[in-house]
Design a protein around this ligand. Structure first.
Ligand SMILES: CCC1=C(C)/C(=C/C2=NC(=C\c3[nH]c(/C=C4\NC(=O)[C@H](C)[C@H]4CC)c(C)c3CCC(=O)O)/C(CCC(=O)O)=C2C)NC1=O
Length: 181
């Protein structure tokens, strides 16, 4: 498991150098934005069940075959597995946002996931679509701009520009999408 700090140390060590000025300023920025980052994690965490349920409801509305006999979430057991998988993936994205580093997401959740889904017959296109819906709603929660995206819940936080963090979170969701697509 790595974070933005360990990553800098490892890359400096691989070139036998000290952690230089540019790296230090990046880490300084990481610390300066620390409260925003924690608010971003909180925005995901406090709305997780809503974000997850909304994404799975979304794919079921868009594709009614999913809940029909032999569909990807036909039977309560498969629906429960699908909701659980979406929650797991969202949780790992929240860890990546916290650490400012995707390695924990890559190593513990995404590694081999496409093969697992393939072996189980989980429709990866629909799974990727569910992740894309989570991306839209989680990013709206991070920027607190979820006026138009259901759910419409707003957090009481200091107003500020969290577009950078929303973009970073979006990049982690994109990693999930490309890992299973
Ligand atoms: C480390 C993190 C981690 C992940 C990511 C994980 C995924 C994972 N998802 C599984 C199943 C599953 N996953 C889904 C998910 C879906 N079906 C759909 O149609 C939708 C598109 C989608 C939800 C978005 C379903 C339905 C199953 C059960 C498949 C089956 O048993 O037939 C299984 C098989 C074992 C089980 O059913 O519990 C694993 C291992 N396990 C882990 O430990």
């Amino acid at each position: 498991m790595l974070d933005a700090f360990s990553r800098k140390a490892i890359s400096a060590d691989s070139s036998g150098g000290f952690i230089g000025g540019a790296e230090l300023s990046q880490l300084k920025a990481f610390i300066a934005d620390g409260n925003k980052r924690l608010d971003a994690v909180n925005a995901i965490t406090s709305n997780a069940s809503c974000v997850v349920a909304d994404s799975v409801a979304g794919i079921c509305c868009e594709n009614t075959g999913l809940t029909a006999p032999n569909g990807g979430v036909y039977t309560n057991r498969k629906m429960a597995a699908c909701l659980r998988d979406s929650e797991i993936l969202l949780r790992y994205v929240s860890y990546a946002v916290l650490a400012g580093d995707a390695s924990v997401l890559q190593d513990r959740a995404l590694n081999g996931l496409r093969e697992t889904f393939g072996a189980l017959g989980v429709p990866t296109g629909s799974a990727a679509r569910a992740v894309a819906i989570m991306k839209a709603s989680a990013c709206a929660h991070i920027t607190n701009s979820n006026d138009t995206t259901p759910p419409k819940r707003k957090m009481a936080v200091t107003q500020g520009d969290c577009s950078g963090l929303a973009g970073e979170a979006a990049s982690y969701f994109d990693m999930v999408i490309s890992a299973i697509s």
